[in-house]
Structure formats: structure tokens, C-alpha cells
Design a protein around this ligand. Structure first.
Ligand code: SF4
Length: 284
């Protein structure tokens, strides 16, 4: 392997593995070890900005646990005891594993044995001394939290001090219909947030973008702020709000019409969120 990993390199196949892919993460400031539960590019949502090529509607396929274990051990050996950082010409200051992130080409909680997979990854990473120093993150659209298998997985995640990054791109039903192509009701959203926050540390991950002058209007921003207030009133605990915009090419048909939100606009909104008492970050 002689490629150079950069913060813009997100090729899931760069390490030649089925489930594991390394990303030099600008967000994290080091190596993020991605684990892809959806090599079939299947998701139950279709977000306008989705960067999964050939995205299809569906769930994660059956997990090959032997292969997952073999790949993870092989890759961690390569990083910790091998020449990974040299082979990929990673600069000294970034030669650190910042996190293991379950984030793939689809919705990871749609995996039938989600809980078992979280346990396996947590056990292996702990055995290598990676946890608890590095973060264990599940990046999800949060839509399947009513399932007991998913809830068990989040309890397991919490046992490794892990956290859930819950996608919330709009606080309105119409906004989520437009940006995520989901019919998720407001009640369902609140239920899922309540479940998530009761089981593990939960952060909101919010993609801000413009599309046909319909997304992230002033009204959308106000409703989002109102939702954050209502979460506080209902004692639904959110650790942090993470705002970002589109930095890479969407593979959806609407790609040409999407516009990144200007940094200044995002920071202004972040200030309003912080004024409510939330920790907030902006990736721009
Ligand atoms: S939830 Fe994630 S994988 Fe699914 S469509 Fe949206 S961005 Fe793509």
C-alpha cells in the first residue's frame, strides 16, 4: 500500500478490506477507523447529499463475523505494530487512532446482529488498548431505535463509553421529507431521540445546505431552535450539536442543485444554538 491518505480521501476500498476503511479525519485530527456494515450500499433513507454511489433502498446484509474480526485484528496490527502510517505517508502529528466509527454505505443499525457486532468490535478494540482512549462512535440516522436489537447495541456501545451521532437535518416533517426522503413524524423523532439519549451519549449531527431555496430557511432555523428548547424541557439530554455542510460530491440526482451553506451563516446559527446552553461545533 503506497497511497497517501488525506483528509479528503474517503475511498472505502483504500485498504482493500470489505468492512474496514481508514480515513484521515480533519474532524478528529488523526486516523479514524471506519467500519462499514453496509457494503451493499443500502439505506432506508435517501438524503439529497448522500455520497454513497449506487445507493439502494434496503438494509445491511448478513454480517460475516469471522471476516469482520479477522479484518479488524489485521488492520489494528498493521496500524499498531506495522507500517500503516509510513505506507500511507501520514504526518507525524496525525499518527494516532482518534476513533473507531461505525459509518458506512448505508444505515448501520439496520444490521440484523447490530448488538453482536458492537460487542465484537468493542471487545477487540479494548483488547488492543484502543478503548477507552479513542472514541467509539456510531453514526446513524436514528430511525430504527424502536428495535430491541438496536437498543441493546446502544447499551453495549455505552459500556465502552461510546457515543451515537444522531442525524437531524431538519426539525420539521416537511424538511426531513425533502432532505432525507423520509416520512418520519415529529412524534417518532422525539421518541427516537428520547430512547437514544436514555441509552448512550447522544450528539446531533446536522447537515446544513441550500436546495431550491427550500432548505434551511429562516423558518427552518427557528423551528430547529425551538426543538432544542423542547428537548431541554423534556430532559432529553444531547451532549453536543455538530453542524456541517456538504464538502464532497453527492451521488444523488439533485447533486447539481445543492449548495453548501456559507461558513458565516453556519457560525451565526451556531451562536444561536450555544445561547440555548448547548455545546456546538461547526465543521466548515
Ligand atoms: S442516512 Fe446516510 S447513508 Fe442513508 S441516505 Fe442518508 S447520508 Fe446516505
Amino acid at each position: 500500500m503506497t497511497a497517501t491518505l488525506s483528509t479528503t480521501e474517503h475511498d472505502r476500498n483504500i485498504a482493500g478490506l470489505k468492512y474496514i476503511y481508514p480515513v484521515m479525519s480533519r474532524r478528529a485530527g488523526g486516523l479514524s477507523i471506519g467500519i462499514n456494515f453496509n457494503p451493499n450500499n443500502a439505506c432506508n433513507w435517501r438524503c439529497l447529499y448522500c455520497q454513497v454511489p449506487n445507493l439502494v433502498a434496503g438494509n445491511a446484509p448478513e454480517m460475516d463475523f469471522k471476516r469482520l474480526e479477522h479484518e479488524l485484528r489485521h488492520f489494528l496490527d498493521y496500524v499498531q505494530h506495522g507500517t500503516f502510517f509510513q505506507d500511507f505517508k501520514v504526518i507525524d502529528s496525525q499518527q494516532i487512532i482518534k476513533d473507531i466509527a461505525i459509518s458506512g454505505n448505508g444505515e448501520p443499525t439496520s444490521l440484523k446482529n447490530f448488538s453482536q457486532a458492537i460487542q465484537l468490535i468493542g471487545d477487540i478494540a479494548s483488547g488492543y488498548g484502543i478503548f477507552p482512549n479513542s472514541k467509539f462512535v456510531v453514526i446513524s440516522n436514528g430511525s430504527l431505535l424502536h428495535q430491541s436489537n438496536v437498543q441493546n447495541g446502544l447499551k453495549t456501545l455505552a459500556s465502552f463509553q461510546g457515543e451515537l451521532w444522531f442525524k437531524l437535518d431538519s426539525a420539521t416533517v416537511a424538511g426531513r421529507k425533502l432532505i432525507n426522503n423520509t416520512g418520519q413524524s415529529q412524534q417518532k423523532l422525539l421518541q427516537n431521540l428520547q430512547i437514544a439519549s436514555s441509552l448512550c451519549h447522544t450528539k446531533l449531527q446536522t447537515c446544513m445546505l441550500h436546495y431550491r431555496q427550500q432548505l434551511w430557511t429562516d423558518n427552518e432555523k427557528q423551528v430547529y431552535l425551538q426543538l432544542l428548547v423542547s428537548l431541554q424541557q423534556q430532559q432529553i439530554s444531547i451532549q453536543k450539536i455538530m453542524l456541517y455542510s456538504i464538502a464532497r460530491q453527492s451521488y444523488q440526482p439533485e447533486a447539481e442543485e445543492l449548495r453548501s451553506m456559507p461558513s458565516e451563516e453556519m457560525h451565526t446559527f451556531a451562536t444561536e444554538i450555544a445561547a440555548l446552553g448547548y455545546e456546538v461545533s461547526v465543521s466548515d
